[in-house]
Design a protein around this ligand. Structure first.
Ligand SMILES: [Zn+2]
Length: 270
C-alpha cells in the first residue's frame, strides 16, 4: 500500500511536471491561423531557457565584435521591429508586455530568428546581400515574430519530449539543474539548427504578413523577399531558405494572404 501510494505520488508529480496541455497561443487574426497545440512544457520554462540561451549568443557576438556594429542599420531594424511589435496584440494581447529586443549580427549568413519571449536578431548578410527594402525587412521580422507568438519553439520541444523520456522526467530524477541544461540545448537546436515544419512555416508566413500590414508595411513584400531568396539559392541554398517550404507553394500562399490583409495595410497608411 505504501509503495502504491508512493507510485501514485510519483505519477502525480510527473503529471504536474510533464502536464500535457492543449493551448491556443494566438487569436485567429484576419489570416485565420486557427490550430490548437499540445504542450508538454510550460511557457515560463521555455522562456527562461530562451532568455539564458539568448544572453549567451549576444555575449558571444559582442566578444567577437559582431554585435550591432552599424548604428544606422540597427536603428533601421529597431524602428521596423517596434512598429511590428506594437501590432502583436491583434494576435495575443499578453505579448505586448514581453521584453522585446532586436539586434543586428554582422555575418554573411542569410538568417534571422526570434526566440520565445521576443528576443530577435537579423544577420547583416540578409539585409545587405539581398538589398532588403524596409517592407522586406518587415516581412522577415514579422515572420520570425510570428514563430515566437505561436510558441513554435515550445511546441517543438514538447514534441521532442513526447517521443522520448521527457526533459521533466529526467529532471525529476536528476534534479532541477539538469532540466535547465537539457531544455537550453533543446531550445538552441530548435532555434538555430532544426528546420521548422511546413505547417509552422505557413503559420508564421500568414501571421507575419498580417503584422506587417497592420504596421503599415506593404504585405506583398513577402513575395518579393522570397523571390530574392530563391534567386540566391541557385547554388547552395541559404540556410534560412533550406529550412523553409517549397517556393511555388509558399509564393501562392503568401500572395493570397497579402491580398487578404491589403485593407489593413491601406487603413494603416491613412
Ligand atoms: Zn520560419
Amino acid at each position: 500500500m505504501k509503495s502504491l501510494l508512493r507510485s501514485l505520488l510519483a505519477l502525480a508529480a510527473l503529471g504536474v511536471l510533464t502536464g500535457c496541455q492543449t493551448v491556443q497561443t494566438t487569436g485567429r487574426g484576419q489570416v485565420g491561423v486557427d490550430r490548437t497545440q499540445m504542450m508538454m512544457v510550460s511557457a515560463a520554462e521555455v522562456e527562461q531557457a530562451s532568455a539564458r540561451q539568448y544572453s549567451e549568443v549576444i555575449a558571444e557576438a559582442r566578444k567577437q565584435g559582431v554585435l550591432n556594429r552599424n548604428a544606422r542599420q540597427v536603428q533601421r531594424v529597431r524602428g521596423i521591429s517596434s512598429r511590428l511589435v506594437a501590432q502583436v496584440g491583434a494576435f495575443r494581447p499578453d505579448a505586448l508586455r514581453w521584453s522585446w529586443e532586436a539586434n543586428v549580427i554582422t555575418s554573411d549568413q542569410l538568417n534571422a530568428w526570434c526566440m520565445a519571449g521576443g528576443k530577435m536578431a537579423i544577420y547583416s548578410g540578409l539585409i545587405e546581400q539581398l538589398k532588403l527594402t524596409d517592407d522586406e525587412i518587415a516581412a522577415v521580422l514579422g515572420h520570425e515574430i510570428a514563430h515566437a507568438l505561436r510558441e513554435h519553439a515550445r511546441e517543438r520541444v514538447s514534441r521532442s519530449m513526447a517521443t522520448g523520456l521527457g526533459v521533466s522526467v529526467v529532471g525529476a530524477l536528476l534534479g532541477a539543474g539538469a532540466v535547465g541544461q537539457d531544455l537550453m540545448s533543446k531550445v538552441a537546436s530548435v532555434t538555430f539548427e532544426l528546420p521548422h515544419s511546413r505547417l509552422h512555416e505557413t503559420e508564421a508566413d500568414r501571421i507575419g504578413v498580417e503584422l506587417a500590414a497592420r504596421a503599415g508595411y506593404d504585405p506583398r513584400a513577402a513575395v518579393t523577399l522570397w523571390d530574392k531568396m530563391a534567386s540566391r539559392s541557385a547554388g547552395a541554398p541559404p540556410k534560412w531558405l533550406s529550412t523553409h517550404p517549397g517556393h511555388a507553394d509558399r509564393q501562392r500562399d503568401l500572395a493570397a494572404a497579402s491580398e487578404r490583409v491589403m485593407p489593413l495595410y491601406k487603413a494603416a497608411r491613412r
